[in-house]
Unconditional design. Structure first.
Length: 377
């Protein structure tokens, strides 16, 4: 198996090659939502919106919930930083690997007012929903972590560009070589619904609203001046300890409930792809890339032993967690007192029930962009 340093070097060279290609030919599970001519895709800045898969520190800066959250304590960050940074993993995230590949410094969280934002900003917030908290409240669904939904993050983005741009023309020039990533976001909308007693039918009925919120977010990014946009789909939720536990899986019904969650993810992704296709009718000169996290993650799980992960009994277990078949208990989350952490995170795909280990993120980044290359031949 390739050691970590050699792997990072290979990934750096690989992604650097990919992002020098014309933007219009890039894609994995590609939805070709641009009819524009090929153009330079040299990326000099990244702007990230999303949730815990991408947050590099916003939640733990928020008050009061964020500062007191488990994400602000070890073992979060133990494998790379040796201290917590607000990343919901033992180390780096996919956005970190992407930035490194593009020779861009790791993105600072927007709420860190002392940080430099010369090469982009991370607006993502762990626990964030695609739908506004007011919309969810009308359905008796509460976000216990943050009010910073996608629309709030977009407001932050708008304020940021208002502070650095003289006018629309200046902003367009500044954003010519900028990459915007909208998501992954939406999975927490479904988790909060499940964990608060909603039926699968109710959650399935939320999909249209969740996807519409994402599309509205992309539209706002375009209005701000974004021309290069990545939109990830949902991971297969039936693979994640938090969702399996929220569905109260047991020995007799685990497979059925895993399939229902799997179908929910597919429904979300199908609707998202359809709406992206519709979006191109209004914005023919914008490059939008749909990234298929669902299939990429399935491939990772199917090939996990080849990458040195533990056997099937640990495949859906959280490295950091306690309780039940999946080492996940929503009342005793990773980082809480007395909650154990595995001795070798590199043997696990799952970090804490919601999020992945640094090693899993590294491999996903490699596979996703290898597929991009195959489509570019």
């Amino acid at each position: 198996m390739v050691n970590s340093k050699a792997f990072d070097t290979m990934l750096l060279l690989y992604l650097s090659f990919v992002f020098l290609l014309p933007c219009d030919v890039l894609g994995f599970g590609y939805v070709p939502v641009s009819n524009s001519n090929p153009r330079s895709c040299n990326i000099t800045s990244i702007y990230q919106l999303g949730d815990s898969l991408s947050d590099t520190g916003n939640l733990i800066i928020e008050s009061p919930n964020g500062v007191a959250s488990a994400f602000a304590r070890l073992p979060y960050g133990e494998s790379f930083f040796k201290h917590p940074t607000g990343r919901c993993s033992d180390g780096l995230l996919m956005i970190d690997f992407m930035a490194k590949a593009l020779n861009i410094p790791r993105l600072n969280p927007y709420l860190n007012r002392d940080a430099l934002f010369n090469h982009g900003v991370n607006f993502a917030v762990a626990g964030a929903t695609a739908l506004p908290v007011e919309f969810l409240a009308d359905k008796n669904i509460v976000n216990p972590l943050t009010n910073s939904s996608l629309s709030v993050q977009l407001d932050w983005m708008w304020s940021h560009f208002n502070s650095i741009c003289y006018d629309g023309q200046d902003c367009a020039a500044k954003l010519k070589c900028a990459l915007f990533i909208v998501g992954d976001i939406g999975s927490h909308d479904y988790y909060y619904a499940f964990s608060q007693g909603k039926r699968m039918e109710d959650v399935n009925n939320m999909v249209i609203d969740v996807v519409e919120a994402i599309i509205e977010g992309i539209t706002r990014v375009i209005q701000i001046g974004g021309t290069k946009i990545i939109v990830p789909g949902s991971f297969p939720l039936g693979q994640f300890p938090a969702y399996l536990t929220a569905r109260q899986a047991n020995n007799s019904t685990t497979l059925r409930k895993q399939r229902l969650l799997y179908n929910l993810s597919l429904h979300h992704n199908d609707e998202l792809k359809k709406r992206l296709q519709m979006l191109k009718r209004d914005y023919k000169n914008i490059t939008i890339i749909y990234v298929d996290y669902h299939n990429a993650f399935d491939r990772l799980m199917e090939n996990a032993p080849r990458f040195g992960f533990n056997g099937a009994s640990d495949l859906r277990k959280a490295c950091c967690g306690v309780g039940g078949r999946f080492s996940f208990n929503p009342s005793r989350l990773c980082g809480a007192a007395g909650v154990p952490v595995c001795t070798n995170p590199d043997g696990y795909v799952m970090w804490d029930g919601f999020n992945l280990t640094q090693k899993a993120y590294r491999i996903l980044a490699r596979w996703l962009f290898r597929s991009v290359q195959q489509l570019c031949i």
